[in-house]
Design a protein around this ligand. Structure first.
Ligand code: SF4
Length: 289
């Protein structure tokens, strides 16, 4: 449903409120499905607590996790340079009024900026796309899952089996630290920086969308089965629901390279998008580009 026009700064506040207080439908459905198939007693208790927490957060309008993350933005369509200051103003305002935990610090002194801003913040990616609106998407990323990010420059001869082995190793080495059951974002190809970016972008793709590439779709299914057979389970406490889904993106790469990156989304894989038209704003919680 389209809402009346709002200043971009307020759209950003609304996006951060939506992303932090309401789980996207596809993630919620996947958690409910996991609670249905899980047989481990402790795992079922964990999933029940997560689902109860999600319900309470939405009902009370409060963040579903104490780590409200670092908001990563994706912008495409019609915009000018003022979008950068509008997003920054929205982040500062959202931190104050929702409120969000101020998470950004100087990496050396560890002094907290108090606003979720600071040099290089907020992170904004500009996505190509000829669309007749401005689309702003936010992915708040907590440290527990972000700290488990892995990048490997594999040997091209490692092939599909090498890629799957690396992804499984990254998820299983992470154990309970990224608060599983997780969504596993995978980037394959590109340069090292594009590969890491793709792995994070993959977390924006709803779990109920088929991968348009059948080869990647097959890899997603195989990794999903293998990881859920690992026994790691919710919060790493054992069980058959280690991951809610695996999402893979790929781009062309150098003939002598095979970059692979993994970015893990926790059970609280949060996202929200707004399409800003001339006559109003539409909000949603899935984005594919
Ligand atoms: S990994 Fe996710 S669920 Fe766990 S503390 Fe961080 S934001 Fe919260």
């Amino acid at each position: 449903m389209k809402r009346l026009p709002e200043p971009p700064e307020d759209v950003v506040v609304n996006l951060l409120r939506l992303a932090n207080t309401r789980i996207p439908d596809d993630i919620g459905w996947a958690l409910e499905a996991a609670a249905g198939w899980e047989t481990g007693e402790i795992a079922r208790i964990q999933l029940g607590a997560v689902l109860e927490n999600i319900k309470k957060a939405e009902h009370l309008g409060v963040p579903m996790c104490q780590d409200t993350g670092i908001p990563v933005f994706y912008v495409r369509g019609k915009f000018d340079s003022s979008i950068v200051s509008a997003i920054a103003a929205g982040v500062e305002k959202a931190t104050r009024i929702i409120p969000l935990r101020p998470n950004t610090v100087d990496p050396i002194t560890r002094e907290n900026y108090g606003s979720n801003l600071g040099p290089g913040m907020p992170v904004i990616h500009f996505v190509p796309g000829d669309v007749p609106y401005t689309e702003i998407t936010v992915l708040p990323k907590g440290a527990g899952s972000e700290n488990m990010t892995r990048l490997a420059m594999l040997n091209p001869a490692d092939g599909v089996e090498g890629i799957k082995k690396f992804v499984q190793g990254a998820v299983l080495d992470a154990g309970g630290r990224p608060c599983p059951p997780s969504v596993v974002g995978v980037g394959i190809g590109g340069t090292s920086d594009r590969c890491a970016a793709m792995a994070k972008e993959a977390l924006l793709i709803p779990l109920d969308c088929d991968n348009p590439d059948p080869v990647l779709g097959k890899m997603e299914e195989e990794l999903f089965s293998a990881l859920n057979s690992s026994g790691l389970g919710p919060m790493g406490l054992g069980g058959s629901s280690t991951v809610l889904g695996v999402r893979i993106k790929k781009e062309a790469c150098h003939t002598a390279s095979l970059p692979v990156a993994v970015n893990i989304g926790c059970w609280a894989t949060r996202r929200a998008s707004a399409r800003i038209w001339d006559d109003g704003v539409e909000y949603s919680q899935g984005a594919v580009f």
